[in-house]
Design a protein around this ligand. Sequence first.
Ligand code: URA
Length: 239
Amino acid sequence: MALMRLDKFISNQTGMSRSEAREVLKSLRVTVNGVTEKHYDYKVDTDKDAVTVNGVSVSYNEYLYILMNKPKGVLTATEDKRQKTVLDLLSDDVRRKDMAPVGRLDKDTTGLLLLTDDGKTAHKIISPKSMVEKEYVAELDGDITEDCIRSFSEGVTLADGTKCMPVVLKRIKENVASITICEGKYHQIKRMFGTAGLGVNGLTRIRIGGLCLPECLAEGEYMVLESREELLEKISLNG
Ligand code: URA
């Protein structure tokens, strides 16, 4: 049995602030197991009590796992004074305290981005030790040469002397390639292509481990995954 104060439960699970949660309680818009409850310090059993707010059932998830198709022009950050962040794209019911992107994509990069309030799992996914593959499609401002493919497969050295692990570069069109990396160095893909004299005109992440960007998800849209287990299984990481 896991007990939690009712105002905390409502605030954690709906994204309402603690004072908004107390307000809905005061105005008799909350039920627990079918009975109206107005006391903010009522202890909810998160394993079995059924809570509704404004007539809508509020189920209990300790953590949320979100899969987003990040659009261009949005920062991978939790907040910014001037610019829109990926957190701004979430609706209130999933924008929980501690929700944060898992790793980062550049402002002009699109595609698969995970967000969660489960810091431990996020760390596991981005840890270099986990060696999770990340696949991108890159559109370049010139043609991809055999030399470029060979040097990527041997591991390129960036302009500042940083050595990258060998990667698989597959040509899709003359100037479009799929590239799979296990590391996450700052601007890694753009800097790697830079060593071959190529600029990146467009970059989309399409896969993390075994988790592919769903075709049904338009840019800016997201979906909530069932559980940590579902996420780790899709990525092919052990719990
Ligand atoms: N590499 C980059 O250069 N940019 C990204 O957004 C991700 C990987």
